[in-house]
Design a protein around this ligand. Structure first.
Ligand SMILES: Cc1cc2nc3c(=O)[nH]c(=O)nc-3n(C[C@H](O)[C@H](O)[C@H](O)COP(=O)(O)O)c2cc1C
Length: 340
């Protein structure tokens, strides 16, 4: 975090504490790209270029979505702490800024709570066959509509061929493989295991699978084995992400609008926390949108119309084991707290 002024007109220390909790926000590859820049009368929200993904997020859509999930989480936590704040969008790629958080009129605190923020986590394992209730789906559609977006609900069965094809593309892309390895923390001995990235436990890997991933993604091994069927093998090993029943939700937005993607990220937080309260878990799978060979078909499957395009793709359902029993993905602020 950077500080540029020493005469704040609002309680910065409280906001700093709130910001630590808000770092529990979902974000792509757990790079935690957000940056809060404290000014005299507002806090600027931006991102740090070193935490923006490369080949795994070619259009930086996931970056902007992740800044939106963080912003919404921050506002939920601030409201519960009694702070009246609002967001003024002011997207500027040159200065890596999405907008300003400013003192606002007091609004009723959100029904989403800090407890939800702290307990929520991603699920990447297997799913039961239990169906998400229709009333829950209807509520999600309404939440999206109120935020100016449309959510399309697709049976996993219909999305499965796209998921498999997208995984094949993903694992076959050398740049993506390199970046995945760079952010994977495949053993507690990894120096950044308690800071950021994707840990073995939440990637749902046992020791042998973690060792295999470390080996297969090493550039020389990857290059040597890719022509020998490695990509197919990795796709097969990811079968829990592609198999099972349930539904997929796809957030559809209009046109090419960076600020709109930040807003879509805010919506993702609302949907995710509400689902989580009902014991329903979420697995975003961005590559179905990034893969040039699946995004068009996905848009058709969602009935995209009038300039709509898919912004977020996530599986929704009930995990076969309790994810809350597993060590969650870490956050850098927590590592600092533990160390001090
Ligand atoms: C915009 C966005 C895109 C994501 N894409 C993926 C994805 O493609 N595959 C995946 O397994 N998880 C994905 N995630 C989940 C993140 O990896 C996860 O939120 C992060 O590792 C932190 O873990 P937590 O949500 O359990 O706190 C995504 C999350 C966000 C917000």
């Amino acid at each position: 975090m950077t500080e540029t002024d020493s005469t704040p007109t609002y309680p910065l220390d409280r906001l700093r504490r709130v910001a630590e909790t808000a770092a529990r926000a979902a974000n792509a590859h757990n790079t935690q790209p957000w940056d809060l820049r404290y000014r005299t009368d507002h806090v600027e929200l931006g991102w740090r270029a070193e935490y923006a993904l490369g080949p795994s997020d070619p259009s930086h859509r996931d970056l902007r979505l992740s800044l939106g999930t963080y912003l919404e989480t921050l506002l939920i936590c601030a409201a519960e702490a009694g702070m009246a704040l609002r967001f003024e969008p002011d997207y500027d790629a040159r200065t890596a800024r999405v907008g300003r958080i400013v003192p606002g009129e007091w609004l009723e605190p959100s029904t989403r709570s800090v407890a939800d923020v702290e307990a929520r986590r991603v699920w990447r394992g297997a799913w039961t066959s239990q169906q998400v209730p229709g009333a829950v789906i209807d509520r999600c559609l309404k939440t999206a509509e109120e935020a100016g977006f449309r959510v399309a609900v697709v049976p996993t069965d219909a999305a499965r061929p796209l998921l498999v094809r997208a995984y094949h593309w993903f694992f076959g892309h050398a740049g993506i493989a390199r970046e995945l390895l760079a952010w994977a923390r495949l053993s507690p001995r990894h120096p950044d295991y308690r800071r950021d990235g994707l840990n073995d436990v939440m990637l749902v890997l046992n020791k042998a699978e973690a060792a295999a991933m470390r080996t297969f993604f090493t550039p020389a091994v990857y290059r040597a084995l890719r022509p020998l069927g490695l990509v197919r093998l990795l796709t097969t090993l990811s079968s829990s992400a592609t198999s099972g029943d349930g539904i997929v939700m796809v957030v559809l937005g209009q046109g090419d609008d960076p600020a709109g993607e930040v807003e879509a990220g805010r919506l993702v937080t609302r949907l995710w926390l509400d689902l989580f309260r009902d014991g329903i878990y979420v697995h975003p799978q961005s590559h179905v949108i990034d893969c040039p060979g699946t995004v068009g078909e996905l848009a058709r499957l969602c009935g995209a119309r009038g300039g709509e395009r898919p912004l977020v793709f996530f599986r929704v359902g009930y995990p076969t084991v309790d994810p809350s029993a597993r060590p969650r993905h870490p956050r850098r602020g927590e590592a600092a707290t533990t160390a001090s």
